[in-house]
Design a protein around this ligand. Structure first.
Ligand code: ZN
Length: 252
């Protein structure tokens, strides 16, 4: 049986929330480990200034705690970090990939558009999380449809059915991740919204933050509408919709 662990690998104190978390997933397939996003990494907590820079630390409101890193949480759960074989990455903002160097031999899976955006001069990205040159596998668009979304099946030596789901806007290649674990679908929407209230309350101040941090705000709003439709359509199915920056939001 495949087990799934929900990890919080980020702590941010922001004007909207004094305890913003960074939701990551750890999948355990008979001892083989797969991470979906990594949050802030061990090196970030040891050398925050060098890895992230004081400007960004102050701007975002990062608080560093070694115990929140994926590698420390994994060790606490009794896992050997060498058993992490793959990462499925929603996008390359530093608070989603700071932990990549902690598992240097694992393969990074991400959308092709996101990697192109990273390699461009887009100033939102930090280069440090990929400085160790991990193996990177990118995924182009497909004709496959997952409940109304284009879906890109992860190609790796794993049993779990996992798809990258383009949810562009926050970044130009931002993807959600859908996965089927023990016959139940889970849809990790990452930063498609920061707080679920964005789906219902267009006046909430967090909308302004989401707009400011979007590479393409128009596309972000199209994506939000797609998620709204998806929730309506799937309300009667047993789905779990989760976001990275709030506590778990469950829809059954
Ligand atoms: Zn982001």
């Amino acid at each position: 049986m495949t087990a799934i662990h929900h990890l919080n690998c980020v702590k941010i104190v922001s004007p909207f929330n004094d305890n913003v978390c960074g939701h990551c997933l750890l999948i355990n397939e008979k001892g083989q480990l797969i991470l979906i996003d990594t949050g802030i990494g061990l090196q970030d907590t040891i050398n925050p200034n060098e890895r992230i820079g004081q400007y960004l630390i102050d701007l975002v409101g990062y608080k560093f705690d070694e115990n929140l890193t994926a590698i420390r949480q994994l060790e606490k759960l009794g896992f050997d970090s060498k058993r992490v074989t793959d990462y499925i990455i929603s996008h390359l903002d530093n608070d989603h990939i700071g932990g990549l160097p902690d598992f240097p031999n694992a393969t990074v899976h991400l959308g092709a558009e996101e990697f192109e955006n990273f390699k461009s001069d887009n100033p939102r990205y930090l280069k440090t999380p990929l400085n160790h040159n991990p193996i990177i596998k990118t995924y182009q668009n497909t004709d496959f449809n997952w409940f109304g979304f284009e879906a890109r099946k992860i190609q790796a030596d794993i049993e779990t059915e996992i798809y990258l789901i383009p949810l562009f806007g926050h970044t130009l290649g931002h993807c959600g991740v859908s996965l089927k674990v023990n016959d139940k679908w889970l849809f990790y929407i990452a930063d498609a919204y920061y707080m679920r209230i964005e789906l219902n309350d267009k006046q909430h101040p967090v909308n302004e933050l989401a707009k400011m941090s979007a590479d393409n705000n128009e596309l972000r709003l199209v994506t939000l509408n797609k998620i709204r439709r998806f929730i309506i359509i799937t309300l009667k199915l047993k789905f779990t919709v989760i976001t990275t920056l709030t506590n778990l939001t469950l829809i059954n």
